[in-house]
Design a protein around this ligand. Structure first.
Ligand code: IPD
Length: 271
């Protein structure tokens, strides 16, 4: 048996250390260090070194766990536990000296998420939760909002880097939501945005393709704050990434209906 309370405490320390590294590098970051993984999907030594630091610590904390990480430093085999690590979520914000950006670390077993820690560096905000407890922001318990009316919902969108495949759906979704919800935003850091739903700052978030490292930690924090994460069918088939709807739970069904109206635009997209 693993001690989730103790593990979460240890992971909070790792996330803060990696976050301090991100902020230190940001203070003298040069755009010349930016590489492209593919069109408009950026990375730099900062993402890679942050990942190495996190993986080294997590290996000491729980040697029996595998890894799924954004920059591919370590891989999952058939371990009983698995870390989901985004060493710098919000890379495009980071390289342009914008907020937010964060470190996102989740742990799952074969059943689901066990714990999540997200450290948003620019506001010094640490979000965390484990399966058996409340969700926290800097030590205060957080809850989702009470908004149940779609017309008032403050909705966050994520646009995947693959515009060719996901652009048509994004455009239809914006057309359907713009003017019919309380507000639309694109902050550019999926893990942070999911935690913002947990804290009642947003009511929902929609993205048609997302990595497990982007959503794993945020999803358990949201769940323990009273919210919900599903795929676009309202099912639980989102854990390896892909189509994800996260909400306060109260606008979930209404947004599934909106998504189903726009689904045709995703017909030829990879899941
Ligand atoms: C990206 C951000 C963005 C989301 C993308 C992610 P990265 O992660 O979370 O908001 O729309 O799908 O890939 O590249 O900044 O780690």
């Amino acid at each position: 048996m693993i001690d989730l309370e103790l593990l979460t405490e240890q992971v909070k320390g790792v996330a803060k250390e990696a976050g301090a590294f991100l902020l230190a590098e940001r203070s003298h970051f040069n755009m010349d260090a930016v590489e492209s993984k593919r069109a408009h999907d950026y990375v730099s030594y900062v993402d890679k070194q942050s990942e190495q630091l996190i993986v080294a610590h997590l290996r000491e904390i729980l040697p029996s766990a595998g890894f799924i990480t954004e920059e591919g430093t370590a891989m999952k085999h058939d371990e009983p536990y698995c870390w989901l690590v985004d060493p710098l979520d919000g890379t495009t914000n980071f390289i342009h000296n914008n907020a937010p950006f964060c470190v996102s670390i989740g742990l799952c077993d074969h059943e689901g998420m066990l714990l999540g820690v997200v450290y948003e560096c620019t506001r010094d905000e640490l979000f965390w939760a484990h399966r058996d407890g409340a969700a926290y922001l800097n030590g205060e318990v957080i809850h989702v909002s009470d908004v149940s009316d779609l017309d008032s919902a403050f909705v966050e969108l994520g646009f995947p880097y693959d515009a060719e495949n996901y652009g048509p759906f994004a455009i239809q979704l914006v057309q359907r939501l713009y003017g019919n919800v309380g507000g639309l935003r694109l902050l550019g850091a999926a893990a942070v945005e999911t935690c913002y739903i947990a804290a009642g700052r947003f009511d929902a978030r929609i993205e048609a393709f997302i990595g497990p490292w982007d959503i794993g930690a945020g999803s358990i924090i949201l769940q323990q704050a009273g919210g919900r994460t599903t795929d676009f069918d309202g099912e639980q088939n989102w854990k390896d990434g892909s189509r994800v709807l996260s909400t306060n739970g109260k606008v979930h069904q209404q947004l599934l209906s909106v998504i189903s109206e726009c689904r045709g635009a995703l017909d030829n997209s990879p899941v």
